[in-house]
Design a binder for this molecule. Structure first.
Ligand code: AMP
Ligand code: ZN
Length: 467
């Protein structure tokens, strides 16, 4: 049995078959950078980081793309309130994203495309949609005509009539039908804008992801994900745009995590009931938050309380203690030969691994995978001791790390820091320059600048410093 994934589109678990055998393209909708991420936002970032790690563990070559929405009403409004340039403010929150994600052990994506750096691709896609008859311009605004797409509503399970009834028309919108949505918005005073065939303006909310999937993964991604609040309208609209422009589905597997709630309500920036990871990390190690977020299956709602967090911390501590004790035994044991009981436990390690894998294969059930780690721990406590053989102790430690690494847990060293990330990008940029890929080299320099890092060429090589 291989990996099975619950597909929002079909509402059932399906066998996972990537388009190109052995390769997986994943696109996850990243943050809208108008504030720090909260721990609800951290849920998809941590979960999809585990999906990526697990697919790699199962031998796939994974290309993981997660965007930054850096052109958006919320960013513009907040920046205007604070008297800041919206693009400068967005840069600051992108930097903050990498700090928080790094502390949570969420690795950087292979690409972090930004809307503001894909205006050309976005405009090309909008032009394409107009040419194919799916979109229309009205005095500098461009809208997608939902009724032109016979499959519109299929992802969120709604009919066009439901959507017509439920759709809201903003006062300043000139669209022809309430369910239509903006692809391009004409510039209003005080808003950032880019030149386009329809005059100065900026992309609508959804088109960036369709354009960036096509740019970075091709017409169809294997997996497309995000929180379940994105199913409608964001992903429904992305799906419609891509279908219309490419004649192919945007993604084969649509994966959505349930909410992190607080006091029975979705944690959200707009409701103001949010807690940021920075706050939690003052009181707990960052790994505790990661462990807590993975302690429920991703499609189950997760309720945040201080008690739950304390319980997660204590559980994680038990796993760490088991590992620390094993490491002590490893340092003192001198026994080379295993006895019969030990050989049986060595055999059972395979069963513990298989239980973990079966849980992860079953729609990435991290909750059951964590239970498998506790079963392993109970077995170890019941059967091993300071006199256990070297080989067995080594094998058990190895298994904790093998499985722990899939969840991004149980390593004692600090999680990847911003510094590691910067070093990695600098190496990548040097590679790009060696290939004479100046566009990529410039892109990496800009990305580093976005994180407040300036590069200096010195006779000793490249140095970096913070702005
Ligand atoms: P945003 O920055 O609001 O676009 O959100 C970034 C990601 O966090 C998206 O995938 C959202 O669906 C997800 N998200 C937002 N709030 C929550 C929440 N309370 N629980 C789980 N996921 C969430
Ligand atoms: Zn998106």
């Amino acid at each position: 049995m291989g990996i099975r994934i619950h597909n929002t589109l079909t509402r059932r678990k399906e066998d996972f078959r990537p388009i190109e055998p052995g390769h997986v393209g994943i696109y996850v909708c990243g943050p809208t950078v108008w504030d720090y991420m909260h721990i609800g936002n951290a849920r998809p970032f941590v979960f999809f980081d585990v999906v990526r790690r697990y697919l790699r563990y199962r031998g796939y070559i994974v290309r993981y793309v997660q965007n930054f929405t850096d052109v958006d009403d919320k960013i513009i409004n907040r920046a205007n309130q604070l008297g800041l340039d919206p693009m400068v403010m967005a840069e600051d929150y992108i930097k903050a994203y990498f700090e928080d994600a790094g502390a949570l052990g969420v690795a950087a994506a292979d690409v972090h495309p930004r809307a503001s750096l894909h205006i050309e691709e976005i405009i090309a896609m909008v032009q394409d949609l107009i040419a194919k008859g799916y979109a229309y311009e009205i005095d500098g605004d461009v809208y997608f005509s939902a009724a032109k797409d016979p499959q519109y509503g299929s992802l969120s399970g709604q009919s066009l009539d439901d959507l017509k009834a439920g759709a809201r028309v903003e006062i300043d919108e000139r669209k022809r039908a309430p369910e239509d949505f903006a692809l391009w918005k004409k510039q209003k005073p005080g808003e950032p804008a880019w030149p386009s065939p329809w005059g100065p303006g900026r992309p609508g909310w959804h088109i960036e992801c369709s354009a960036m999937v096509r740019e970075h993964l091709g017409r169809t991604a294997d997996i497309h994900g995000g929180g379940s609040d994105l199913i409608f309208p964001h992903h429904e609209n992305e799906a419609a745009q891509s279908r219309a422009a490419n004649g192919a589905p945007l993604a084969n597997y649509w994966v959505h995590n349930a909410f992190l709630n607080i006091d029975g309500e979705k944690m959200s920036k707009s409701l103001g009931n949010f807690i940021v990871p920075r706050e939690i990390m003052k009181r707990y190690r960052p790994e505790t938050l990661r462990f807590f977020l993975l302690s429920a299956h991703y499609r189950s709602p997760l309720n945040f309380t201080e008690d739950q967090l304390k319980a997660a911390d204590a559980s994680l501590e038990r796993l760490h203690n088991a590992l620390a004790v094993l490491e002590q035994w490893q340092a003192v044991t001198s026994r080379e030969v295993m006895d019969d009981e030990e050989r049986k436990l060595l055999g059972r390690l395979t069963a513990h691994r298989e239980r973990f894998i079966a849980a992860m294969d079953d729609d990435f059930n991290t909750a059951d995978a964590i239970s498998a780690l506790f079963e392993l721990t109970r077995d170890v406590h019941a059967t091993m001791g300071p006199g256990s053989s070297k080989e067995l102790v080594g094998a058990v430690i190895g298994l904790y790390h093998e499985l722990g690494d899939i969840l991004g847990l149980l390593r004692r060293e600090a999680p990847a820091t911003l510094d590691d990330e910067v070093e990695r990008l600098i190496t990548e940029r040097q590679e790009a320059r060696r290939r004479r890929d100046w566009a990529e080299s410039d892109r990496i320099r800009d990305e580093l600048a976005g994180r407040g890092i300036i590069l200096e060429d010195t006779p000793q090589g490249i140095r970096w410093k913070r702005k």
